[in-house]
Design a protein around this ligand. Structure first.
Ligand code: SF4
Ligand code: SF4
Length: 195
């Protein structure tokens, strides 16, 4: 029998993946189909390097290491409830450091896409939705409009001072900008929508 088909060789575990016996292939395949680099997910050895380098782990309720483990096990309910999905900044530190070629950032993106398709709604999905609608409408984001749609009048008032400072320094325009070539932009949008 080939070594790769064995779990143990002379008493040592051949595949260092710690939870191989509990892997949920069905769920894993779902994430792979969404672009989650499935083979690499399966080879995670739970070393924690990804979590050690994660730039936003202090605010997350599930570390990237645990999240990958939960995906392996098919613990959908736990994964979907985790705020880590929405707090991940896609900085790719975890992915660049993983010694087994797992791409935790891509796994998170894949799980998010599945969650959104299944209709999950929270503050982050609402923010993303407003963001996309505004970019579709103007081609360029107009920050005060985003603020007003997302946080309402209260958010506008809270951020007014900062907004004025940014406008005075030329970092933010008080008026919406326009795309230079709207035709090209709408073509690009249509193309992206087909993917
Ligand atoms: S760094 Fe890679 S192998 Fe280590 S726990 Fe994270 S995903 Fe798994
Ligand atoms: S991509 Fe997300 S999970 Fe990975 S290190 Fe950055 S914030 Fe953490």
């Amino acid at each position: 029998m080939a070594v790769k088909n064995k779990k143990f060789l002379f008493g040592l575990k051949v595949d260092r993946q710690l939870d191989g016996d509990k892997m949920n292939r069905e769920f894993l395949d779902k994430v792979i189909a969404e672009g989650g680099e499935g083979a690499a997910i399966a080879s995670c050895m739970q070393c924690g390097t990804c979590s050690g380098g994660c730039t936003n782990i202090d605010r997350m309720d599930m570390s990237p290491r645990t999240l990958v483990l939960m995906v392996q096990r098919g613990e959908w309910e736990k994964v979907i409830k985790s705020n880590s999905l929405w707090l991940c900044t896609s900085c790719y530190t975890c992915t660049s450091r993983c010694p087994r070629g797992v791409r935790p950032s891509d796994v998170i993106e894949a799980v998010k896409a599945i969650a959104i398709r299944q209709g999950i709604e929270n503050d982050s999905t609402r923010f993303n939705q407003i963001f996309v609608e505004l970019v579709q409408k103007r081609g360029i984001l107009f920050e005060p409009e985003l603020m007003q749609k997302y946080g309402g009048l209260q958010a506008m008032l809270e951020q007014a001072e900062l907004g004025i400072k940014l406008a005075l320094k030329g970092k933010m325009s008080p008026f919406p900008a326009k795309v230079k070539e709207p035709q090209k932009f709408s073509e690009a949008l249509k193309k992206a929508g087909k993917k």
